[in-house]
Design a protein around this ligand. Structure first.
Ligand SMILES: [Zn+2]
Length: 383
């Protein structure tokens, strides 16, 4: 485990975000958190966009996305995307192929006529979470409503490495269990990384040219940064992509350390019109603070909270300025502070609920006794 030194410009990467015509406010949690975490650690926040798509032109939605980021008062750079960094990502795929991690072979695949379902036959019964299937024997596609076929095809495969979980940090720490499970599952498995449909990401290996799976292609992105330490931000609904990113990171940079932060998936049980509410909040600081306030790491699924909005609205301008200053103050890094501990301390210092509570309780000039809140258990139970 290595130490983190100030000014090392550590990259704080969002899992690639897909801009769209309908933007869920939850998708801005990671760019906002990355922005503040970068302030704490003297790092650089990178909002990475997933613009490659078989079905839609994602580029059209960038202005709307960057506009929302601006309204939240965070600086993003839309030049970081799988589209604009395509040739560098191809270089990474070349390296994996030259080292034998990527190979072609014949396999039975299950495929529907529109190409939405396209997976290895053996992975069918083990899929979890969101699927495009309506049943598990011979599935029918929800998109084209056609029954799938099993056919033998020449495909591209990846043999994922086994992660040495002790070297990979996950926050909240209870999420480590999910990665251990995936690690065990893929210990003896292959991952299908080509598709039969035209993904427009063509890759030649041997005599044949394949359509690369876009989700595999961008998952190589973390290795585009040379730094030895990296922070990756995603959601509880993105555990598999986060696993794949970490696995590819291990193949590309085995000596690197990554710290993965998982945000709760945000629901809207109270039907809050977030966009309208954000419009009503008249300054950027308070908008970003509302998103931070909504993050409760102890939950895998969370809800936009009307009380949170009310609490934020009640803050005086002086309180807003004080809290914001606390949020952007860098942590003091002493020689010998470990990478993991530095990130944990920074996450702790972004716990805006505590800042407000302590401020109210003490009811005196704004002061935050950070030293009393350092352990991991506290982080999980209180945020
Ligand atoms: Zn289909």
């Amino acid at each position: 485990m290595t130490k983190l030194y100030a000014m090392n410009n550590i990259p704080i990467l969002t899992l690639p975000i897909k801009p769209s015509s309908y933007q869920k406010t939850g998708m801005f949690l990671s760019p906002v958190f990355a922005y503040f975490l970068a302030k704490k650690l003297n790092g650089k926040n990178i909002t990475f966009l997933n613009l490659l798509d078989t079905y839609k032109n994602q580029v059209d939605y960038i202005p709307k996305f960057t506009d929302t980021c601006q309204r939240l008062g965070i600086v993003t750079n839309s030049s970081f995307s799988d589209l604009y960094m395509k040739s560098k990502l191809f270089d990474k795929v070349d390296i994996l192929a030259s080292q034998g991690y990527i190979y072609s072979d014949k396999r039975d695949i299950i495929i529907c006529s529109c190409g939405k379902i396209d997976c290895l036959k053996e992975s069918l019964h083990s899929r979890t979470g969101k699927t495009n299937y309506t049943c598990f024997d011979i599935p029918t596609c929800k998109l084209c409503h056609e029954k799938c076929k099993i056919i033998e095809k020449d495909v591209l495969l990846l043999k994922p490495p086994t992660l040495d979980i002790d070297k990979y940090f996950f926050f909240p720490t209870y999420s480590t269990k999910d990665f251990v499970e995936l690690n065990t599952k893929f210990h003896t498995r292959e991952i299908l990384i080509s598709k039969q449909r035209d993904t427009n990401i063509h890759y030649k290996l041997g005599k044949n040219t394949y359509n690369l799976d876009i989700d595999f292609f961008w998952a190589n992105y973390a290795s585009l940064w040379q730094n030895k330490q990296k922070i990756i931000l995603g959601s509880q609904r993105s555990i598999y992509p986060l696993f794949l990113v970490n696995a590819l990171q291990k193949l590309h940079n085995p000596d690197n350390e990554t710290f993965t932060i998982l945000f709760p998936y945000m629901q809207n049980k109270h039907s809050i019109d977030i966009d309208k509410e954000l419009e009503c909040l008249d300054n950027d600081k308070i908008k970003a603070m509302y998103l931070l306030y909504s993050i409760k790491f102890k939950d895998k699924i969370s809800n936009w909270d009307p009380n949170a909005l009310n609490s934020i609205k009640k803050l005086t301008q002086a309180e807003i300025d004080n809290i914001y200053q606390e949020l952007i103050n860098p942590i003091s890094l002493k020689d010998g502070t470990l990478f993991r501990q530095s990130v944990l301390n920074s996450i702790n210092q972004l716990n805006i609920r505590n800042i407000i509570q302590i401020n109210r309780k003490s009811n005196k000039k704004f002061q935050v006794p950070w030293s009393v809140r350092k352990n991991d258990n506290f982080l999980q139970s209180e945020m």
